[in-house]
Design a protein around this ligand. Structure first.
Ligand code: GAF
Length: 373
């Protein structure tokens, strides 16, 4: 059964009727451009084939009844305007989007996006709900409409789920196209779809889920954002994108944080050029440099991620880096497809040598964004 079929089946089993429709949205991996979305930077993600699907039927009594194969059921009154746990991601989208004429819904959720792996399972849930509500309530879902849905999902995450994240995950889930990477500009809101077909070049983007959840992500992520804001203020620029150099910053921590942001944005520009020219193999050194910068300057890596990245590169990956917010979660390794099995074995062995959780692996192919299914 596909994930969408699972959501429909769960809906029928739980609510005793058919849904009005089913919508899904993908997880993502960011090829490069980490911790720069909230600094007016550039990111270069692809959407994963793994999706979260929501089967939905509207109600008329202002209640939201949520069922999921992975989480406890939740029934809530929309007038309360507060929700906890996974329900906050769904209800938060309702409250942020405020779709015209919406008076509640039954929603069944199924997903194969790994949760807590830094692969954007929360944005997949938010954006599948947002697209469902938009289509049911007649909101536009063209490119500009999807921009507004992404903004509402970010507000849901910031204001109701309490995660002070940027817009990388939501914009990727709503705008990605199959066979393309998505160059997202967080200064002017622009997006460019760049063909990305690793498979035909004999390459694989291997995702290594370290099995370590985003430890400390809330506090540490918020702290990094505040440091970036402080560096921006001290440098007298609107965003760090406009800062010619972090050198005027006397504080060594702020200097390192700003150096990560400015060098990472330059690496994304280089990576986008390589992709446009079809030189995927040459991405490797940029991935390695991104990881070093996240580890040493931005300090968002951890033993599990460093172990996976180092082992992948030592076993022949062309380049590797942590992805997402960090402090656990996943890494990617760009590999010659014929080397993937060796690299997986080496990464698994390295984790075992250090008594770390056994990693699991996905192969990322650039997939499509949120859609009806
Ligand atoms: C998390 C956040 F949700 C994104 O907005 C982004 O900042 C990312 O970490 C780091 O690049 O996924």
């Amino acid at each position: 059964m596909t994930v969408c079929e699972q959501a429909r089946a769960l809906f029928t089993a739980q609510f005793g009727t058919d849904p009005e429709g089913c919508w899904c949205a993908p997880g993502r991996v960011n090829l490069i451009g980490e911790h720069v979305d909230y600094a007016g930077g550039l990111c270069l993600p692809i959407a994963l084939p793994q999706v979260t699907a929501v089967a939905v039927r509207r109600r008329t009594d202002n209640r939201l009844c949520l069922r999921s194969s992975g989480f406890d059921p939740v029934d809530l009154d929309l007038a309360d305007r507060r929700a906890d746990g996974w329900a906050a991601y769904v209800a938060g989208v309702v409250w942020s989007l405020d779709p015209p004429g919406f008076t509640g819904a039954d929603i069944a959720v199924a997903s194969d996006v790994p949760v807590g792996a830094g692969l954007s399972s929360s944005a997949a849930l938010e954006t599948s709900v947002a697209l469902a509500l938009a289509e049911l309530c007649g909101l536009p879902t063209d490119t500009a409409g999807r921009d507004r849905l992404a903004a509402a999902c970010v507000r849901a995450e910031n204001d109701y789920a309490g995660a002070p994240t940027g817009g990388l995950d939501q914009r990727t889930a709503l705008h990605a196209r199959p066979g393309h990477a998505l160059l997202l500009d967080f200064a002017d809101g622009g997006a460019e779809h760049i063909p990305f077909d690793a498979t035909t070049q004999g390459l694989t983007v291997l995702v290594v889920d370290t099995g370590t959840g985003h430890r400390l992500v809330d506090g540490q992520y918020g702290q990094r954002r505040r440091e970036v804001e402080e560096a921006t203020r001290l440098l007298g620029v609107t965003t760090l994108r406009d800062a010619p150099s972090p050198d005027p910053l006397a504080d060594p921590v702020l200097h390192r944080r700003a150096r990560h942001v400015t060098t990472e944005i330059a690496r994304v520009q280089d990576a986008a050029r390589l992709l446009r020219d079809g030189h995927l193999r040459e991405l490797g050194p940029l991935l390695d440099a991104s990881h070093r910068s996240l580890r040493d300057d931005f300090e968002v890596s951890c033993l599990e991620l460093d172990t996976a990245v180092d082992a992948a590169v030592a076993a022949g990956a062309l380049g590797a880096r942590m992805v997402g917010g960090g402090f656990g979660g996943s890494a990617i390794a760009l590999c010659e497809t014929q080397r993937v099995a060796d690299i997986e074995r080496a990464v698994t062995a390295a984790a075992a040598r250090r008594d770390l959780p056994a990693p699991t692996f996905l192969r990322a192919t650039a997939s499509g964004g949120a859609r009806r299914c």
